[in-house]
Ligand binder design. Structure first.
Ligand code: AMP
Length: 348
């Protein structure tokens, strides 16, 4: 039986991505915090005073070297984008330290084909995928599998343009050709508590992408003259509120994604993900002028788009009347779980 005093536990995460709000939120809820840092990169976590203890690795992929230390400290690991990207979902499946969230979900969010199957089953509207470049009959966005942070995608309108542009990427192996939706990007940050059973909308953001978000500052003639290519390198996140009339539909989308996640199957454990998706997750969509949500990706863990809301968002303010970041919301669920002897329910 795990203890019911939060003083016996520590919340931990890798010093990157959303670590500031995760650790700050944990401290606000009364937890001890541990920040795992690459040597020499602990500066900002010291500066903002969010960590009670630091553990160091040469690189994040050496995580397993310090795992026993974490186990000794009864640490609870909060996964974020960097954790999944440095370790890979297969290795995350093997970790022994307590892990917040269903590990097997990460297999589904890391694979574009699987992710699509899941979202389709949840009845979401998705951009069309073109199996062959020869089928391109509208604007498409070509995404390379290894692309980090939206760098190096390209747009094409027809097969000829595709074959011309792909020559610039001789080393890229796999890619997906996705219908390019003309609209506005909108990222919805959800939180599903297995303890209350409730789905919450924490906040929204859009990304600030270079150079996509500054191309409009140059006349189209100049863009053509200097041969500017669009890229989507993420540099930061911009807070947003959404038109109130569409909020109800967004809740329904989130609920369907959660319901469907319980039916997913994990290859490595050969079992169904009974607990499904819980905790923070994000649906990444382009809203078209008909107000349709075209979902092009899901992140099944905390996203960096929640970072503007360290002190809460308009939506968390409506619900909580106190500062509630997504990081703090995670810590609150963990605290409630520990104190009510339900910790197993939020570990995966
Ligand atoms: P991703 O790496 O899939 O998150 O995409 C990076 C950026 O490309 C997004 O933030 C959007 O600005 C843009 N984008 C991705 N997919 C589409 C799409 N199907 N239609 C229009 N824009 C997209």
């Amino acid at each position: 039986m795990l203890g019911t005093d939060i003083k016996d536990y520590a919340i931990t995460t890798l010093g990157s991505h959303t670590a500031l709000q995760i650790l700050k939120g944990a401290k606000d809820e009364g937890f001890k915090t541990i920040c795992i840092c690459e040597k020499g990169r602990e500066g900002i976590y010291k500066n903002y005073n969010v960590a009670d203890e630091f553990l160091f690795v040469d690189k994040f992929s050496d995580f397993f070297e310090i795992e026993d230390e974490l186990v000794k400290r009864n640490a609870i690991m909060i996964p974020h984008g960097s954790f999944v990207s440095y370790l890979g979902w297969e290795k995350v499946m093997d970790i022994k330290v307590m892990h917040y969230g269903t590990k097997g979900i990460l297999e589904w969010e890391s694979d574009r084909t699987k992710e699509r199957e899941w979202l389709k089953a949840a009845g979401l509207r998705l951009p069309q995928i073109f199996k062959s470049p020869d089928d391109i009959d509208r604007a498409v966005i070509v995404k390379f599998h290894g692309a980090k942070g939206g760098m190096g995608y390209f747009i094409a309108n027809n097969p000829a343009e595709f074959y011309e542009r792909i020559k610039e990427y001789p080393n890229e192996k796999g890619y997906v050709i996705q219908e390019y939706i003309v609209g506005v990007p909108m990222y919805t940050h959800f939180f599903k508590s297995p303890l209350t059973g409730e789905l919450e909308i924490m906040s929204f953001d859009k990304r600030y992408e270079s150079n996509a978000d500054s191309i409009g500052r140059i006349a189209s003639k100049d863009q053509l003259d200097v041969g500017i290519r669009t890229s989507y390198t993420i540099t930061g996140n911009i807070p947003l509120v959404i038109r109130e009339s569409v909020l109800a539909d967004i809740f329904k989308m989130g609920e369907r994604v959660v319901e469907e996640s319980k039916k997913l199957h994990c290859e490595k454990t050969n079992s169904t993900l009974e607990k499904g998706l819980y905790g923070p997750f994000c649906l990444e969509a382009i809203i078209d002028p008909e107000l349709r949500f075209n979902v092009f990706e899901i992140s099944a863990r905390i996203v960096a788009g929640t970072n503007p809301y360290v002190h809460g968002s308009p939506y968390t303010w409506l619900k909580y009347n106190e500062p509630m970041s997504t990081g703090r919301r995670i810590a609150r669920d963990i605290k409630t779980a520990i104190e009510s002897g339900r910790l197993e329910e939020i570990l995966g």
